[in-house]
Design a protein around this ligand. Structure first.
Ligand code: FES
Length: 104
């Protein structure tokens, strides 16, 4: 059953940046998009399981630090080789000054 998890404060993530967020033995990435909204995906690249939090955000893309594969972090879609498996995404909302992520 999914739960809304308190991940961070909005100010903890600069615009067009991301943070790593670990919960219940799983690693996630939370992004602050150029549209002012927050997004969440799996935290490890689907290619070789590198932490995406060490990568680079460009508008709505996250570029993996290892082989420069890219994903659209709004949808999880793999956008540039060598990544070919999409990331899982998770609903995010901001409530009472906190960023909440719905995790399974
Ligand atoms: S580990 Fe991410 S692109 Fe290879």
């Amino acid at each position: 059953m999914p739960h809304w998890i308190d991940a961070c404060a909005p100010g903890d993530i600069d615009a067009e940046d991301l943070i790593r967020f670990d919960h219940a033995g799983a690693t996630h990435a939370i992004y602050h998009g150029p549209d002012g909204r927050f997004y969440a995906t799996d935290g490890l690249c689907s290619h070789e399981h590198v932490h995406l939090a060490d990568g680079l955000v460009m508008e709505f893309l996250i570029e993996c630090p290892k082989h420069n594969g890219q994903f659209d972090y709004r949808t999880g879609e793999a956008k540039r080789a060598p990544v070919c498996v999409n990331l899982r995404t998770y609903p995010v909302r901001v409530e009472a000054g906190r960023v909440l992520v719905e995790l399974p």
